[in-house]
Design a binder for this molecule. Structure first.
Ligand code: MV4
Length: 447
């Protein structure tokens, strides 16, 4: 049983974890940078420790500072949230050697899932469909050219240690392959200290669909359905929903059952997300595993009624899923999330500054996850997410109507936000018809 946990994060997710801990009767410790002295996570935690200057590299990403704060306050465990140290296997190891439980998968599993090529091989072995491509990392341009001609162009080169679109190259013809391979390898080496690159068949205009899983320390895995995350710009998601209109009950059941087996086989524990691309025929192909709680977890919480963050804490304490969950997981209704960023709605320029006025929407089926308050200052040093507006309705049309009325009463003064962009998307006939893929935002902005 945990008595006290430290939250190694800031903003809305730090508050989200504090809420879960409070409901479990667990004390909390916030850590904060000098720029976050007046943040709500500092105010609502039982204790707070300043861990360094504004720049993340010297505070939220600084392992010795976070561990020192944990030791000084004598916590039992650390919840990393998302981003920052959440998928840093070295951090997980330091926690363990310091006698502090890391609320996430085991470091070896985090490390293995971080190498995409490794995750791909493991998923294939367990029967999860993957795209045709290299079996290991690419060893030579000749090997790459031979493989690509077998698969057929276009193909995509991906950094094994990459993610979020970094270190990727689309290759349309054999003449381009050697050059793109060399540049992908050097970019990957510089960015991730690992030059390994692999190759896959390229899918044009895919949909991005991800499955939420929970896995306990006793080999049990549950699947909490899927999320549709295709509405994104430059690898930043803007809108997520659950369920996906494109996933039939049969497909959900088939992928879900295979995932239970696959995640148990790789020794995965805690909450996790398995990302897929869907091609225009409706087939799903595994691309990567995210070994953390995700920004968009609330849409899954709305449709399943499962508290994912509380589940993470209980799993880390050793509880079996049979007691973490109150029965079989069922999906009810439809949920949509709009990410509210501090940025200009058409230029996407960052818009940090003081929030001079704030009105949060509420009412039936509406949830706002935010650390913003009137007169708070959004610092320029971190992610531009200022809040998430999530709605739940009996079906997708009701969820959209609810989102539209909630956006209409969501007022943030003093900074620019993405609220007006979301209002336009919710009114778009293509969005309303569910007619979109990962190219949607680029086309929408060009209209
Ligand atoms: C792909 C792809 C097409 N074909 N892989 C981008 C981020 C990384 N997580 C995987 N990504 C992609 N992988 C193959 N074989 C297209 C993308 C992609 C994408 C994926 C999900 C959401 C948005 C995207 C935007 C552009 C490209």
């Amino acid at each position: 049983m945990f008595r006290k946990i430290l939250i190694a994060n800031r903003g809305e997710i730090a508050l989200r974890v504090i809420c879960a801990a409070k409901e479990l009767g667990i004390k909390t410790v916030a850590v904060y940078s000098e720029a976050d002295r007046h943040s709500l996570h500092v105010r609502f935690a039982d204790e707070a420790v300043c861990i360094g200057p504004a720049k993340s590299a010297r505070s939220y990403l600084d392992i010795p500072s976070v561990i020192s704060a944990a030791e000084i306050t004598n916590v039992d465990a650390i919840h990393p949230g998302y981003g920052f140290l959440s998928e840093n296997a070295d951090f997980g190891e330091v926690c363990e050697t310091s006698g502090i439980k890391f609320i996430g998968p085991k470091p070896d599993v985090v490390r293995a899932m971080g190498f995409k090529q490794h995750a791909r091989t493991a998923m294939k072995k367990a029967g999860i469909p993957i795209l045709p491509g290299s079996v290991g990392i690419l060893k030579s341009p000749e090997e790459a050219i031979e493989l690509a001609s077998e698969i057929g162009y276009p193909v995509i080169l991906k950094a094994s240690a990459g993610g979020g679109g970094r270190g990727m190259r689309i290759v349309h013809a054999s003449e381009e392959l050697a050059g793109h391979l060399a540049s992908a390898q050097s970019e990957a080496g510089a960015a991730f200290s690992c030059p390994d690159v692999y190759l896959e068949k390229y899918i044009g205009r895919p949909r991005h669909i991800e499955f939420q899983i929970l896995a306990d320390q006793h080999g049990n895995v549950e699947v909490l359905g899927e999320r549709e995350c295709s509405i994104q710009r430059r690898h930043q998601k803007l809108i997520e929903e659950s369920p996906s209109l494109q996933v039939s009950p049969e497909l959900r059941e088939r992928i879900g059952n295979t995932l239970k087996k696959a995640m148990a086989e790789v020794g995965y524990t805690n909450a996790g997300t398995v990302e897929f691309l869907m091609d225009e025929t409706g087939s799903l192909y595994f691309i990567e595993v995210n070994a953390r709680v995700q920004v968009e977890h609330p849409v899954t919480e709305f449709v399943t009624g499962v508290d994912i963050v509380k589940s993470q804490i209980l799993i880390a304490m050793g509880e079996p899923l049979s007691t973490v969950l109150s029965g079989p997981v069922e999906m009810r209704g439809h949920a949509i999330e709009c990410r509210i960023n501090a940025e200009h709605p058409t230029t996407f320029a960052p818009s940090p500054g003081r929030v001079t006025g704030l009105n949060l929407p509420g009412g039936i089926g509406v949830r706002v996850d935010t650390a913003a308050y009137t007169d708070c200052v959004i610092p320029p040093y971190y992610d531009s997410l200022v809040g998430k507006l999530i709605v739940h309705g009996k079906d997708r049309p009701e969820a959209i109507a609810r989102m539209r009325r909630a956006l209409d009463t969501f007022v943030i003064e003093g900074i620019h936000t993405s609220i007006p962009l979301h209002q336009r998307i919710m009114a778009d006939p293509d969005f309303q018809a569910g007619d979109f893929d990962t190219g949607y935002i680029a086309r929408f902005l060009a209209k």
